[in-house]
Design a protein around this ligand. Sequence first.
Ligand code: FMN
Length: 140
Amino acid sequence: MNERGGAPPTMPLCAPAAQTLKQQMLACQNGNRGFGDTAPVVALVTVDLRNFLDASERYQGWIDGGLFAMNLLLGIHAQGYGACCLNWSALPAQDKAVRGLGVIPPHESIIMMIAIGGLREKFKVARSPRRGIESVMKII
Ligand SMILES: Cc1cc2nc3c(=O)[nH]c(=O)nc-3n(C[C@H](O)[C@H](O)[C@H](O)COP(=O)(O)O)c2cc1C
């Protein structure tokens, strides 16, 4: 059952050529060893740098792209799928390797990858203790 009480949707499978591309993309990322290959779908979130005009907006792509990625994650979960952010804290060689696969044009910058898949009926998740509100918010 998903959060809305329905059966979890079936995850559409990519064509074999896309599966190969997915594995090549995952091989360029550091944090998916041991589980990345189990995700039937991998999204590559990018930002179009042509939207930003001058140096004052040099970080805006990551901010906007991060906000977009968060909403995409919520949307994926709302549809009943599971998702795992895969960081793009990458070295230039990794960035070039993904670009070499021909999946994005030169004017796009990579924000992150997201592994997406169907959820089991029952599963365990890691849970960290929450920090107190006072440690993250200061009322002035
Ligand atoms: C920006 C970002 C990048 C992440 N990158 C990775 C990653 O490369 N590999 C990984 O296993 N988990 C990564 N994580 C952690 C997982 O995506 C996930 O947040 C974590 O397993 C906790 O899941 P939950 O928030 O659903 O409880 C990342 C999380 C964020 C927010």
